[in-house]
Design a protein. Structure first.
Length: 428
């Protein structure tokens, strides 16, 4: 059987040395993979339990058009999300176009002129800079008279508690906490650490709202930030919770009043959650959520496999090969543009869609350097599917994430290694 598998890999362009190198690395990952499977098992039951509790029925899979009044499937799905995240309410809609939109919606609907937004964990994700107005933009929170403060993490990644205390003032209305490191070098926050931070903040100002940007973090642990005091958790359905099937969408789960504010902002004051046709996406939203725990587990295994492979070859990887994981992103620093390009070419060549296309670095809007992206995805731009991107600038790192199945994530990483070996960048 093992012999056949090796031949199968060879037929798919993976040479024997690359395959064997991968197997050697995998031998040491059995226990970690078991632990990931147990988390997936726990979360699978959590999702299933929520679906059963709210009596998801065949009728829930039918969509509505037009105004979308009395959309049973949409309303039930929102109850399911609220149960999964243990919150009072949730807003889960295809009209929320992406993660940035979901976060902007949560912020703009819960802040009023004169309020202050505070980030105690440093600079938020790039696209939020324009939402907040750190970089001036039309319609930013700054334009509406919402001010912003930030406390950076300390150099060792810990919270700067004294500075946080000083920055919380009479105007502070909402605290935004980004769980994932995103494309920065700081560590990703565990749910436990997020809980400690929220407790610290609420002890200083009990009525402040704590929102967590949950992107890339869903189902990586058995707890979510809403289990440790977050008033709102926010994310994208073309990342973890969409399970690779959701073709669009975002969610906000949290306290009833926060979610209601967001619904009034998304549609209209007075209408709120009552309108918003689900069109034809409900089967994918439900089934995607159902698959999300195991899909997230596959992506996590891929990230850990990549970290172990490339660390063993002498490259710097974040997180490193043994660290515990709180999101699905893996950074590998190659130190040369050729390394970044070869890696991305390998990931692209492993894709189910557009595998014949060669990715090229290009001038992407909003970036100060050329960026190369590998994404042969069923859902355009989906980063729960196997994908990688790297800015062509120092330190020449790639950010790798996703993999709908573990075998595909594994193949993608082996294919990337094959590409680096083929170009003489790596010798085994
Ligand atoms: C992806 C991401 C976002 C933005 O989501 P988009 O869907 O790309 O708009 C925000 N925050 C974090 C941490 C993310 O990873």
């Amino acid at each position: 059987m093992q012999h056949d598998l090796k031949q199968q890999y060879e037929a798919m362009g993976i040479s024997a040395p690359v395959y064997e190198f991968g197997e050697k690395i995998l031998d040491n990952l059995k226990e970690r993979f078991q632990e990931i499977d147990r988390t997936a098992e726990f979360n699978q039951l959590k999702v299933l339990g929520a679906m059963q509790k709210h009596q998801v029925s065949e009728a829930c899979l039918l969509g509505t058009t037009g105004y979308g009044y009395n959309d049973l499937g949409r309303d039930t799905l929102e109850e399911v999300y609220a149960s999964v995240f243990h919150t009072e309410s949730a807003l889960v809609r295809p009209q929320i176009t992406c993660g940035t939109h979901a976060l902007a919606l949560a912020l703009m609907s819960n802040l009023r002129p004169g309020d202050e937004l505070f980030s105690p964990v440093g600079k938020p994700y790039d696209t939020l800079e324009e939402v907040i107005g750190i970089r001036p933009s039309k319609g930013s929170l700054a334009e509406y008279g919402v001010s912003y403060r930030q406390t950076d993490l300390l150099p060792d990644g810990s919270f700067d508690l004294e500075a946080i205390r000083k920055n919380i003032n009479g105007k502070t209305k909402l605290v935004t906490i980004q769980r994932s490191k995103g494309y920065q070098t700081r560590p990703t926050l565990s749910v436990e650490r997020i809980g400690e931070l929220i407790s610290f903040i609420k002890a200083i100002k009990p009525d402040v709202l704590c929102m967590v940007d949950n992107c890339y973090g869903e189902f990586v642990e058995t707890m979510e930030p809403s289990d440790v005091g977050a008033d709102m958790v926010v994310g994208s359905l073309i990342k973890n919770p969409g399970g690779g099937l959701a073709p669009i969408g975002g969610y906000i789960a949290g306290r009833r009043e926060c979610v209601e504010n967001a619904a009034y902002r998304l549609t209209s004051p007075g209408l709120g959650k009552e309108v918003g046709a689900s069109l034809g996406v409900l089967p994918q939203f439900y089934q995607g959520l159902f698959l999300a725990p195991t899909v997230t587990a596959s992506a996590l295994k891929g990230a850990i496999f990549a970290a172990n492979i490339y660390e063993a070859l002498g490259f710097s990887v974040v997180p490193n090969s043994v660290e515990s994981r709180h999101d699905i992103i893996q950074a590998v620093t190659f130190g040369t543009p050729e390394g970044v390009i070869a890696f991305c070419e390998g990931i692209q060549a492993a894709a189910p869609v557009d595998s014949h296309v060669k990715p090229e670095p290009w001038d992407m809007p909003g970036y100060d350097a050329k960026v190369i992206m590998a994404a042969g995805a069923f859902v355009s731009g989906s980063s729960i599917e196997l994908s990688a991107d790297g800015p062509i600038r120092e330190p020449y790192a790639v950010y790798f994430q996703g993999g709908l199945t573990w075998p595909h994530a594994k193949f993608g990483i082996l294919r990337s290694l094959e590409s680096l070996v083929g170009k003489g960048i790596v010798t085994l």
